[in-house]
Design a binder for this molecule. Structure first.
Ligand SMILES: C[S@@+](CC[C@H](N)C(=O)[O-])C[C@H]1O[C@@H](n2cnc3c(N)ncnc32)[C@H](O)[C@@H]1O
Length: 282
Protein backbone atom coordinates (compact mmCIF):
# COMPACT_ATOMS: atom_id res chain seq x y z
CA UNK A 1 0.00 0.00 0.00
CA UNK A 2 2.73 2.43 1.04
CA UNK A 3 4.89 1.33 -1.92
CA UNK A 4 2.14 1.94 -4.44
CA UNK A 5 1.49 5.39 -2.94
CA UNK A 6 5.16 6.29 -3.29
CA UNK A 7 4.99 5.46 -7.02
CA UNK A 8 2.11 7.86 -7.57
CA UNK A 9 2.13 11.37 -8.92
CA UNK A 10 -0.51 13.99 -8.29
CA UNK A 11 -1.70 16.94 -10.29
CA UNK A 12 -2.86 19.84 -8.15
CA UNK A 13 -4.72 22.82 -9.53
CA UNK A 14 -4.63 26.49 -8.51
CA UNK A 15 -6.32 29.67 -9.65
CA UNK A 16 -3.82 32.56 -9.78
CA UNK A 17 -4.17 36.21 -10.83
CA UNK A 18 -1.87 37.36 -13.66
CA UNK A 19 0.32 39.61 -11.51
CA UNK A 20 1.00 36.75 -9.07
CA UNK A 21 1.86 33.96 -11.53
CA UNK A 22 5.59 34.58 -11.63
CA UNK A 23 6.23 34.56 -7.89
CA UNK A 24 3.76 31.69 -7.48
CA UNK A 25 5.53 29.47 -10.04
CA UNK A 26 8.92 30.30 -8.49
CA UNK A 27 7.54 29.17 -5.10
CA UNK A 28 6.21 25.96 -6.70
CA UNK A 29 9.65 25.14 -8.14
CA UNK A 30 11.27 25.67 -4.76
CA UNK A 31 8.74 23.30 -3.16
CA UNK A 32 9.69 20.53 -5.63
CA UNK A 33 7.11 20.82 -8.45
CA UNK A 34 8.01 18.40 -11.26
CA UNK A 35 6.23 20.45 -13.92
CA UNK A 36 4.01 23.53 -14.05
CA UNK A 37 1.47 24.33 -16.78
CA UNK A 38 -0.33 27.66 -17.05
CA UNK A 39 -3.61 27.91 -18.95
CA UNK A 40 -6.59 30.20 -19.15
CA UNK A 41 -9.01 29.40 -16.31
CA UNK A 42 -12.28 28.20 -17.82
CA UNK A 43 -14.69 31.02 -18.52
CA UNK A 44 -12.01 33.70 -18.67
CA UNK A 45 -11.76 35.83 -21.76
CA UNK A 46 -8.34 36.36 -23.27
CA UNK A 47 -7.54 40.03 -22.87
CA UNK A 48 -5.61 41.79 -25.62
CA UNK A 49 -3.08 44.29 -24.39
CA UNK A 50 -3.09 47.18 -26.84
CA UNK A 51 0.28 48.37 -25.57
CA UNK A 52 3.57 48.09 -27.42
CA UNK A 53 3.18 44.42 -28.33
CA UNK A 54 0.03 42.51 -29.09
CA UNK A 55 0.41 40.65 -25.83
CA UNK A 56 -2.19 38.18 -24.59
CA UNK A 57 -2.66 37.32 -20.94
CA UNK A 58 -5.32 36.02 -18.69
CA UNK A 59 -6.77 37.79 -15.71
CA UNK A 60 -7.20 34.48 -13.88
CA UNK A 61 -4.90 31.56 -14.67
CA UNK A 62 -5.31 27.84 -14.08
CA UNK A 63 -1.97 26.57 -12.79
CA UNK A 64 -1.56 22.77 -12.96
CA UNK A 65 1.32 21.32 -10.99
CA UNK A 66 2.70 17.79 -11.22
CA UNK A 67 4.18 16.57 -7.93
CA UNK A 68 5.13 13.32 -6.22
CA UNK A 69 2.09 12.25 -4.21
CA UNK A 70 4.23 12.08 -1.09
CA UNK A 71 5.00 15.83 -1.46
CA UNK A 72 1.36 16.97 -1.45
CA UNK A 73 1.49 18.16 2.14
CA UNK A 74 4.19 20.70 1.19
CA UNK A 75 1.74 22.44 -1.17
CA UNK A 76 -1.33 22.40 1.13
CA UNK A 77 -0.75 25.94 2.48
CA UNK A 78 -1.10 27.34 -1.07
CA UNK A 79 -4.83 26.41 -1.06
CA UNK A 80 -5.20 24.28 -4.20
CA UNK A 81 -8.62 24.17 -5.88
CA UNK A 82 -8.40 20.36 -6.04
CA UNK A 83 -6.07 17.51 -6.99
CA UNK A 84 -6.10 14.22 -8.90
CA UNK A 85 -3.94 11.11 -8.71
CA UNK A 86 -1.73 10.35 -11.72
CA UNK A 87 -0.23 6.83 -11.49
CA UNK A 88 3.46 6.79 -12.46
CA UNK A 89 3.33 4.19 -15.24
CA UNK A 90 0.16 5.54 -16.85
CA UNK A 91 1.54 9.06 -16.80
CA UNK A 92 4.66 8.17 -18.79
CA UNK A 93 2.78 5.96 -21.25
CA UNK A 94 0.02 8.51 -21.74
CA UNK A 95 2.55 11.26 -22.39
CA UNK A 96 4.28 9.10 -24.98
CA UNK A 97 1.05 8.02 -26.65
CA UNK A 98 -0.05 11.64 -26.83
CA UNK A 99 3.18 12.91 -28.38
CA UNK A 100 2.68 12.61 -32.11
CA UNK A 101 5.15 12.94 -34.96
CA UNK A 102 5.45 16.63 -35.71
CA UNK A 103 6.28 18.28 -38.98
CA UNK A 104 7.69 21.79 -38.67
CA UNK A 105 7.53 23.98 -41.76
CA UNK A 106 6.79 20.93 -43.94
CA UNK A 107 10.47 19.87 -43.87
CA UNK A 108 11.63 18.98 -40.37
CA UNK A 109 10.07 15.78 -39.00
CA UNK A 110 10.36 15.23 -35.23
CA UNK A 111 9.88 11.49 -34.74
CA UNK A 112 9.61 10.25 -31.11
CA UNK A 113 11.28 6.87 -30.60
CA UNK A 114 7.93 5.11 -30.08
CA UNK A 115 6.85 5.92 -33.67
CA UNK A 116 8.09 4.46 -36.98
CA UNK A 117 9.77 6.94 -39.34
CA UNK A 118 7.26 7.64 -42.14
CA UNK A 119 8.59 6.81 -45.62
CA UNK A 120 7.85 10.30 -46.95
CA UNK A 121 9.67 12.09 -44.08
CA UNK A 122 12.28 14.61 -45.26
CA UNK A 123 14.73 15.89 -42.61
CA UNK A 124 14.21 13.49 -39.71
CA UNK A 125 15.05 14.21 -36.07
CA UNK A 126 14.82 11.03 -33.97
CA UNK A 127 13.98 11.80 -30.37
CA UNK A 128 13.80 9.90 -27.10
CA UNK A 129 13.32 12.62 -24.46
CA UNK A 130 13.19 10.16 -21.52
CA UNK A 131 12.82 12.42 -18.47
CA UNK A 132 14.29 15.51 -20.13
CA UNK A 133 12.13 18.41 -21.33
CA UNK A 134 11.75 18.77 -25.09
CA UNK A 135 9.43 16.57 -27.11
CA UNK A 136 8.67 19.44 -29.45
CA UNK A 137 4.96 19.66 -28.77
CA UNK A 138 5.26 22.35 -26.09
CA UNK A 139 4.66 25.83 -27.58
CA UNK A 140 7.96 27.18 -26.18
CA UNK A 141 9.95 24.48 -28.02
CA UNK A 142 7.74 24.72 -31.09
CA UNK A 143 8.37 28.48 -31.34
CA UNK A 144 12.15 27.86 -31.44
CA UNK A 145 11.85 25.04 -33.98
CA UNK A 146 9.66 27.19 -36.18
CA UNK A 147 12.25 30.00 -36.02
CA UNK A 148 15.06 27.61 -36.98
CA UNK A 149 13.11 26.30 -39.96
CA UNK A 150 12.31 29.83 -41.16
CA UNK A 151 15.87 31.08 -40.51
CA UNK A 152 17.91 28.04 -41.51
CA UNK A 153 21.26 28.13 -39.69
CA UNK A 154 23.17 26.96 -42.79
CA UNK A 155 26.91 27.44 -42.24
CA UNK A 156 26.31 28.96 -38.78
CA UNK A 157 27.35 27.91 -35.29
CA UNK A 158 24.59 27.33 -32.73
CA UNK A 159 24.54 27.08 -28.93
CA UNK A 160 21.51 25.63 -27.12
CA UNK A 161 21.53 26.87 -23.51
CA UNK A 162 19.10 24.81 -21.39
CA UNK A 163 19.12 22.05 -24.01
CA UNK A 164 16.88 19.47 -22.24
CA UNK A 165 16.51 16.54 -24.67
CA UNK A 166 18.74 18.35 -27.20
CA UNK A 167 15.86 18.83 -29.63
CA UNK A 168 16.78 22.39 -30.65
CA UNK A 169 20.50 21.82 -31.20
CA UNK A 170 19.86 18.61 -33.16
CA UNK A 171 17.27 20.45 -35.27
CA UNK A 172 19.88 23.17 -35.92
CA UNK A 173 22.37 20.54 -37.13
CA UNK A 174 19.78 18.89 -39.38
CA UNK A 175 19.02 22.32 -40.83
CA UNK A 176 22.63 23.05 -41.79
CA UNK A 177 24.49 24.34 -38.73
CA UNK A 178 28.24 23.66 -38.99
CA UNK A 179 28.74 23.29 -35.23
CA UNK A 180 26.30 22.79 -32.39
CA UNK A 181 26.87 22.72 -28.66
CA UNK A 182 24.57 22.51 -25.67
CA UNK A 183 24.43 22.84 -21.93
CA UNK A 184 21.84 22.04 -19.28
CA UNK A 185 22.02 22.64 -15.55
CA UNK A 186 20.46 19.18 -15.13
CA UNK A 187 23.07 16.41 -15.61
CA UNK A 188 20.35 13.88 -16.51
CA UNK A 189 19.28 16.09 -19.41
CA UNK A 190 22.90 16.35 -20.61
CA UNK A 191 23.06 12.55 -20.75
CA UNK A 192 19.79 12.36 -22.71
CA UNK A 193 20.98 15.13 -25.06
CA UNK A 194 24.19 13.18 -25.83
CA UNK A 195 22.21 9.98 -26.47
CA UNK A 196 19.86 11.82 -28.83
CA UNK A 197 22.81 13.35 -30.69
CA UNK A 198 24.32 9.89 -31.22
CA UNK A 199 20.95 8.48 -32.35
CA UNK A 200 20.90 11.22 -34.98
CA UNK A 201 24.40 10.42 -36.24
CA UNK A 202 26.06 13.42 -34.57
CA UNK A 203 29.32 11.98 -33.33
CA UNK A 204 31.35 15.13 -32.61
CA UNK A 205 31.65 16.46 -29.04
CA UNK A 206 28.68 18.75 -28.49
CA UNK A 207 29.29 19.74 -24.85
CA UNK A 208 29.40 23.52 -24.46
CA UNK A 209 32.94 24.52 -23.48
CA UNK A 210 34.18 27.62 -21.65
CA UNK A 211 34.87 30.52 -23.99
CA UNK A 212 32.64 29.19 -26.81
CA UNK A 213 30.73 31.70 -28.92
CA UNK A 214 28.13 31.17 -31.65
CA UNK A 215 26.26 32.98 -34.42
CA UNK A 216 22.96 31.83 -32.91
CA UNK A 217 22.18 31.20 -29.24
CA UNK A 218 18.89 29.53 -28.28
CA UNK A 219 17.57 29.60 -24.72
CA UNK A 220 14.15 28.18 -23.96
CA UNK A 221 14.15 28.67 -20.19
CA UNK A 222 11.60 30.45 -18.05
CA UNK A 223 11.91 34.08 -16.91
CA UNK A 224 13.66 33.58 -13.54
CA UNK A 225 16.83 31.94 -14.96
CA UNK A 226 16.76 34.15 -18.07
CA UNK A 227 17.04 37.24 -15.89
CA UNK A 228 20.14 35.88 -14.17
CA UNK A 229 21.69 34.67 -17.45
CA UNK A 230 21.84 37.99 -19.34
CA UNK A 231 25.64 38.28 -19.25
CA UNK A 232 26.22 34.57 -19.81
CA UNK A 233 24.03 34.58 -22.94
CA UNK A 234 25.55 37.84 -24.15
CA UNK A 235 29.07 36.39 -23.87
CA UNK A 236 28.01 33.27 -25.82
CA UNK A 237 26.63 35.36 -28.66
CA UNK A 238 29.06 36.65 -31.33
CA UNK A 239 28.86 40.40 -32.09
CA UNK A 240 25.84 40.84 -34.45
CA UNK A 241 24.79 37.30 -33.48
CA UNK A 242 21.18 36.35 -32.75
CA UNK A 243 19.73 35.35 -29.39
CA UNK A 244 16.40 33.48 -29.46
CA UNK A 245 14.63 33.41 -26.09
CA UNK A 246 11.49 31.39 -25.38
CA UNK A 247 9.51 30.30 -22.31
CA UNK A 248 8.19 33.76 -21.53
CA UNK A 249 4.63 34.73 -20.66
CA UNK A 250 3.29 38.02 -22.04
CA UNK A 251 3.11 39.80 -18.69
CA UNK A 252 6.82 38.98 -18.16
CA UNK A 253 7.91 40.67 -21.40
CA UNK A 254 8.63 44.16 -19.97
CA UNK A 255 10.89 42.70 -17.28
CA UNK A 256 12.74 40.56 -19.82
CA UNK A 257 13.29 43.49 -22.20
CA UNK A 258 14.46 45.75 -19.39
CA UNK A 259 17.20 43.22 -18.63
CA UNK A 260 18.22 42.45 -22.23
CA UNK A 261 17.79 45.67 -24.21
CA UNK A 262 20.87 47.38 -22.72
CA UNK A 263 22.92 44.65 -24.48
CA UNK A 264 20.80 43.61 -27.50
CA UNK A 265 18.46 45.19 -30.04
CA UNK A 266 14.96 43.79 -30.43
CA UNK A 267 14.29 41.88 -33.64
CA UNK A 268 10.84 40.29 -33.12
CA UNK A 269 8.29 39.07 -30.58
CA UNK A 270 5.88 36.25 -31.46
CA UNK A 271 3.24 34.39 -29.49
CA UNK A 272 1.90 30.83 -29.59
CA UNK A 273 -0.79 29.54 -27.21
CA UNK A 274 0.00 32.28 -24.71
CA UNK A 275 3.82 31.75 -24.78
CA UNK A 276 6.30 34.18 -26.28
CA UNK A 277 9.45 33.96 -28.38
CA UNK A 278 11.73 37.00 -28.30
CA UNK A 279 14.47 37.37 -30.93
CA UNK A 280 17.30 39.78 -30.18
CA UNK A 281 20.44 40.84 -32.05
CA UNK A 282 23.65 41.57 -30.21
C1 LIG B 1 11.87 24.48 -21.01
S1 LIG B 1 13.22 23.38 -20.98
C2 LIG B 1 13.78 23.53 -22.65
C3 LIG B 1 14.37 22.26 -23.20
C4 LIG B 1 14.64 22.32 -24.71
N1 LIG B 1 15.70 23.26 -25.03
C5 LIG B 1 13.38 22.69 -25.48
O1 LIG B 1 13.35 23.75 -26.09
O2 LIG B 1 12.41 21.91 -25.45
C6 LIG B 1 14.37 24.34 -20.05
C7 LIG B 1 15.67 23.61 -19.75
O3 LIG B 1 16.55 24.55 -19.16
C8 LIG B 1 17.26 23.94 -18.11
N2 LIG B 1 17.68 25.02 -17.19
C9 LIG B 1 16.95 25.68 -16.26
N3 LIG B 1 17.69 26.62 -15.66
C10 LIG B 1 18.92 26.57 -16.24
C11 LIG B 1 20.13 27.29 -16.05
N4 LIG B 1 20.24 28.27 -15.15
N5 LIG B 1 21.19 26.97 -16.81
C12 LIG B 1 21.12 25.97 -17.73
N6 LIG B 1 19.99 25.24 -17.94
C13 LIG B 1 18.91 25.54 -17.21
C14 LIG B 1 16.27 22.94 -17.53
O4 LIG B 1 16.93 21.91 -16.83
C15 LIG B 1 15.52 22.47 -18.77
O5 LIG B 1 16.09 21.30 -19.31
Amino acid sequence: MVDSFLNMYKEIFFSVKSDGVESFTDALSELGALSVTIECLEGQEIIKDEAQFEAEYWDLNKVTVLISAEDEVKFAHLNPLNSTIVPDLDWVLEMQKNTPIQVIGETLWIVPSWHKVPVDAKEVLLLDPKNAFGTGDHPTTHLCLEWLVKNRPTGKTVIDYGCGSGILMIAAKKLGSTKISGYDIDSGSMKVMHQNCRENGIEEDVTLVAGAVADIVLANIHLGPLLTLVHTLKDLCKPKGVLVLSGILPFQLPQLLEAYLPHFSLNSVDTMNGWMRVVLRR
